[in-house]
Design a binder for this molecule. Sequence first.
Ligand code: AP5
Ligand code: MG
Length: 216
Amino acid sequence: MATFIVLLGPPGVGKGTQAEILADTTKLAHVSSGDLFRENLKNQTDLGKLAKSFMDKGELVPDDVTISMIRERLSRPDCEAGAILDGFPRTPAQADALEKMLAEFQGRVDYVPFINAAEAILVERASGRWTCRAQGHIYHQKFGPPKRTNICDVDGSELYQRDDDKVETVSKRIKVYLEQTMPLVEYYRQKGVLVGIDGSQTVEQVTEKLLSALKK
Ligand code: AP5
Ligand code: MG
């Protein structure tokens, strides 16, 4: 049975940061719906242009296109053993679709860390974030700066600030998260796979909590 880990949590809490580390430790693929949309946008695909019109407003991209993009991604060979899902599912319809897909791919959601922190922390993290143009590696001007200004430590590409990290858009994303994604906390709690993780601590402390819960 393939293992899928769903990282739940508000915008800016550190899902992408922790997903990179967990993928490294578990050797599972890191699948981020936001990164896939941004990659499509960089390549100027129709999907990328459509996604941008929602992302810039801080709204969710419609379920049907999001689900078919993830389905295609999970059917690739690097997901055979499973994946760390970062930013998907984000609505009850996406969670139901994931369940159906995994039945087909012979996988299951084993572990759902729900990483949370206060809104002021989320805004501070998102507004200081710098993202790598080539592969989406994540930095923070105060909490995790790159060794050289504006250059990714891993692949040397340029760092940029996401258009949706403006304070107004972050607040809108948090609102959308509370309305549309929060119901998934209860959904996964009822399945007995939810683990609450305090996301307000340092990156290393959060990783330690995630890994120790994963071992159990
Ligand atoms: P997406 O890219 O998924 O954004 P998000 O969920 O809003 O989350 P973020 O990526 O902003 O934050 P994160 O939790 O990954 O934090 P990070 O690790 O970067 O989605 C963007 C948009 O795409 C959505 O608004 C929507 O339009 C669309 N979309 C995506 N998925 C979709 C779906 N399933 N359905 C429909 N639409 C979808 O960390 C943030 C910063 O904090 C970084 O600078 C980092 O260095 C720093 N940091 C991390 N951890 C710590 C720590 N412990 N202490 C201090 N600093 C930290
Ligand atoms: Mg992210």
